[in-house]
Design a protein around this ligand. Structure first.
Ligand code: HSE
Length: 332
């Protein structure tokens, strides 16, 4: 017979980096606390938030610390959400959290693309998880569907519109004649763009995302520096006008496929015919098409950036880990 769960347990999480995604994740844990508790079996609460900025007026101010050691050394915190971004501090904290026996959930595509292999290995050795559903496609479920629902297939190709900021810019330029600079400013104001939006515009962000997808789908993490990428920085209003007249739309498309046994990833703007499913993917929306040898083509579509949408993906990983912790505590 199953032992009764100790109702005094609660899953404590910490958030590292209280920016757009970190604060969106906090809001989600507060707004959806009751339904999450129902699904996990125990409450899931944010116990600490690490950020160096001043949040003395924020409702969560009592949870804020500037010192990561307060999280690392807290035995009650079992899941750490890393939403710092970048590969320096985020790498150091993620590694330390995993080594301290905590699972880590991230939206940080740069870190996963650069250090995912090592961090996943450490997580396995420490018997915890390193999950990154939120690192690709914002709120679109794609990592877990690839790993689980499509696991029976040999994946032949993955391609998609993977950057919300540039898709937003291209859409605004086409539909409203907005200038590139103004559309970028709007995307920044809406919390879509990277801290350094050059990463969005030059294709680096999309290259990291296709790198992660190809790792999950093909089991090999290709060298990010070898990904051929061309951004949208040189697309002019004239190019957009001409595309419109030709009955096509310009989309920045990322692609991963096997060529002569090797995985090749690329990012480039493409003229997409109006009949293509990508032609309808506008604004901050992303779309990912996966071609498997049995299922054929499957398309995933939804908001590719933004605090609330990305928090949804972050918390799906937290809930997955929390459910496992609860299941194990029942068996103990
Ligand atoms: N800057 C990214 C984008 C955020 O615009 O898609 C989500 O990864």
């Amino acid at each position: 017979m199953r032992k009764k769960i100790d109702v005094s347990i609660m899953i404590n999480i910490a958030i590292l980096g209280f920016g757009i995604v970190g604060s969106g994740t906090y809001d989600l844990t507060v707004e959806n606390a009751a339904s999450i508790e129902k699904k996990v079996g125990v409450p899931v609460r944010v116990k600490k938030i690490v950020d160096i900025l001043d949040f003395s007026k924020h409702p969560a101010r009592d949870l804020i610390t500037k010192n990561f050691d307060d999280v690392k050394n807290d035995p009650e915190i079992s899941i750490v959400v890393e939403t710092i971004g970048g590969t320096r501090v985020a790498y150091e904290f993620t590694k330390a959290a995993l080594l301290a026996g905590k699972s880590v959930v991230t939206s940080n595509k740069a870190l996963v693309s650069e250090h995912g292999l090592e961090l996943t290995k450490i997580a396995k050795e420490k018997n915890v998880r390193y999950l990154f559903e939120a690192s690709v496609g914002g709120g679109i479920p794609i990592i877990r569907p690839l790993k689980q629902c499509l696991a029976a297939n040999e994946i032949e190709e993955i391609y998609g519109v993977l950057n919300g900021t540039t898709n937003y810019i291209l859409t605004k330029m086409r539909d409203e004649g907005t200038s590139f600079a103004d559309a970028l400013k709007q995307a920044q104001d809406k919390g879509y763009a990277e801290k350094d939006p050059a990463d969005d515009i030059n294709g680096a962000d999309a290259a990291r995302k296709i790198n992660i997808l190809s790792w999950v789908a093909f089991g090999e993490l290709v060298d990010y520096d070898k990904i051929e990428r061309r951004g949208v920085g040189d697309i002019t209003p004239n190019d957009i006008k001409k595309a419109k007249a030709d009955g096509v739309v310009i989309k920045m498309v990322a692609r991963a496929k096997r060529v002569d046994g090797k995985i090749v990833c690329s990012v480039a703007p493409q003229r997409v015919p109006l009949g293509s499913p990508f032609a309808l993917v506008d604004g901050v929306q992303n779309a990912i098409i996966v071609r498997g040898n049995f299922v054929g083509e499957v398309m995933f579509y939804g908001p590719g950036a933004g605090g609330r949408a990305t928090a949804s993906a972050v918390m799906s990983d937290v809930i997955e880990i929390a459910r496992n912790i609860v299941a194990h505590s029942k068996r103990a």
